[in-house]
Design a protein around this ligand. Structure first.
Ligand code: NAD
Length: 313
């Protein structure tokens, strides 16, 4: 199949593009730049430079590529940025997604796979429980609102126009090549430990606690779900892509120090406004449809190893 991966030179998208190539598909990547930090459009995929907000450019790209399947990963993927600039978030994450959806409908794309968020749309998940896809949603940031809105647009389009849709609700994705200059705790901590700098644990409630709870999912598990979805073998519209293991920020810091065999001091900061306190996601359907997720300690070890080999320290 010919698959167009939007955002396929970014972190998750480039891993997905590689996975789709390895599965034997023809892959075209659409994005704003061919190279992004340690990520790039993979060899073997054609690159088209463009923005999902550019209607004419997207129309031309679809007319030329004629994709069978679209994997939509392009986004401003940053909760804090979305709080600071909700208009930019909506422009790219809502309008850009609608531009892609409309192009899919006009050009007879049979399936659209969408990178959504399990980490943000359920809001605070009550203690002792994990969010399932039919759990109540409570988006607490413009980013989460955008992703949820697009989910509804896609499901409506699927009912109305028959396009097959798979919505993958990723937990907090981590792995090799993730940027250590943004908000991704695991990538940032790896670089800090390797440089011998202290790690800051931002509070869940009170300064000095172990920090917020997240479901950290190894990027390879996102790739596995995407490969199954792209070939039409995922029999659910919405799937949580997660490990099912709720971990605190301090758990992650300690796990990475163990993996790297180095200790650095922990420092503590107050709670960040708008932070979801507890994100815990149910993995049952992922295990049933994709298989066992990568255990957290193994994923941390593989990620730490990559950072030790590739990031200056
Ligand atoms: N990383 C995570 O923890 C996580 C969790 C849940 C969902 N997601 C989703 O997965 C996708 C990939 O996230 P990521 O972590 O790889 O982030 P990323 O920033 O590395 O990737 C996003 C990509 O989209 C591209 N992009 C941004 N604006 C664009 C535009 N106007 N037109 C075309 N391309 C544009 C970026 O250049 C980049 O390549 C996003 O949709 C994100 O919302 C990520």
């Amino acid at each position: 199949m010919r698959i167009l991966v939007t955002g396929g030179a970014g972190f998750v998208g480039s891993h997905v593009a590689e996975g789709l190539l390895a599965a034997g598909h023809e892959v075209v990547v659409l994005g704003v730049a061919r190279e992004e930090g340690h990520n790039r459009c993979p060899d073997g995929a054609r690159f088209i430079q463009g923005s999902v907000t550019d209607r004419d450019g997207i129309e031309r790209a679809f007319a030329e590529v004629k994709p069978d399947v679209v994997s939509h990963h392009a986004a401003v993927a940053n909760v804090t940025k979305s709080v600071r600039d909700p208009l930019l978030d909506a422009e790219v994450n809502v309008m850009g997604s609608l531009v892609v959806l409309q192009a899919c409908l006009r050009h007879g794309v049979s399936r659209l796979v969408f990178a959504s968020t399990g980490g943000a749309i359920y809001g605070d998940v009550p203690e002792g429980t994990k969010a399932k896809v039919d759990s109540p949603v409570f988006p607490m940031s413009p980013y989460a609102c955008s992703k949820l809105a697009v989910e509804y647009y896609l499901r409506a389009a699927s009912r109305e126009h028959g396009i097959a849709v798979n919505i993958l609700r990723y937990g907090n994705v981590y792995g090799p090549r993730q940027s250590n200059h943004g908000a991704a705790a695991i990538a940032v901590f790896c670089a800090q430990i390797l440089r011998g700098e202290s790690i800051t644990i931002t509070a869940r409630r009170e300064t000095g606690d172990d920090g917020c709870i997240r479901d950290y999912v190894y990027v390879r598990d996102c790739v596995r779900a995407n490969v199954i979805a792209a070939r039409g073998d995922l029999d659910v519209e919405v799937l949580n892509v997660c490990t099912g293991v709720p971990a605190t920020t301090a758990d992650i810091a300690r796990g990475l120090m163990r993996a790297l065999g180095r200790e650095v001091p922990l420092s503590y900061a107050p709670r960040r406004p708008g932070d979801v306190e507890r994100s815990a996601i149910d993995e049952t359907e992922f295990v049933r449809r994709v298989g066992e997720p990568t255990p957290l300690d193994e994923g941390l070890r593989l990620t730490a190893q990559w950072f030790a080999e590739h990031v200056a320290h």
